[in-house]
Design a protein around this ligand. Structure first.
Ligand code: FES
Ligand code: FES
Length: 204
């Protein structure tokens, strides 16, 4: 199967019904994409497919053929969001972080708080209580604005601010589109569950 992965054309041999998540982590060796629930509920496995955040645990590899896939590794550690999640405490255990960042990338630069809340509503975090994550997304572009024009900020795979609503799915509940058509519409609400997992931060 041929597709574009983090800006490079690749050909990967895997069963068409294998989960994109597994193909990325195993066949491609890109372990920055995390598995949480494995059933489309948590958003930890979020990657961008043709600029839209999808739950890679729900996507059969066959659906990735001919698409452009961006994983957290595709940001190269240089995206303002990656720095901001460290600076503002948006990454704690780290298991949700790659998915959070990619969902935020899809919002484009300088989203409003409401856009961030809606855009990340399908990504669950057990550690931060979400406020630190919202601060990270908003702060990422403030920092960039201090240093240089926002237009120069890297924008990998995501839509612009103007089209961000269409880029991250279908509903005001943060529903995540997925190539296989098995979308989800789970809100993370506003509560913060205590506790932290043990996943590393590979790929951040
Ligand atoms: S691992 Fe939870 S949505 Fe994919
Ligand atoms: S930092 Fe979000 S689940 Fe731990």
């Amino acid at each position: 199967m041929r597709f574009e992965l983090n800006g490079q054309e690749v050909e990967v041999d895997a069963h068409p019904m294998r989960r994109l998540l597994d193909v990325l982590r195993v066949e491609c060796g890109l372990t920055g994409t995390k598995e949480g629930c494995g059933e489309g509920e948590c958003g930890a496995c979020t990657v961008l497919v043709d600029g839209e955040p999808v739950c890679s645990c729900l996507v059969p590899f066959a659906q990735a053929g001919g698409t452009s896939v961006v994983t957290i590794e595709g940001l190269g550690g240089k995206h303002p969001l990656q720095r901001a999640f460290g600076d503002h405490g948006g990454a704690q255990c780290g298991i949700c972080t790659p998915g959070m960042i990619l969902a935020a990338v899809a919002l484009g630069p300088n989203p409003t708080l409401e856009q961030v809340r809606v855009g990340l509503a399908g990504n669950l975090c057990r550690c931060t209580g979400y406020e630190a994550i919202y601060r990270s997304v908003l702060g990422a572009y403030e920092a960039v604005d201090d240093r240089r024009p926002a237009a120069e900020a890297p924008a990998v795979g995501g839509g612009s601010k103007a089209d961000g609503g269409a880029a991250f799915g279908t509903g005001a509940d943060g529903g995540r589109s997925d190539v296989a058509g098995a979308g989800r519409s789970r809100s993370n609400g506003s509560g913060a569950d205590a506790g932290a997992g043990s996943a590393g931060k590979a790929g951040l």
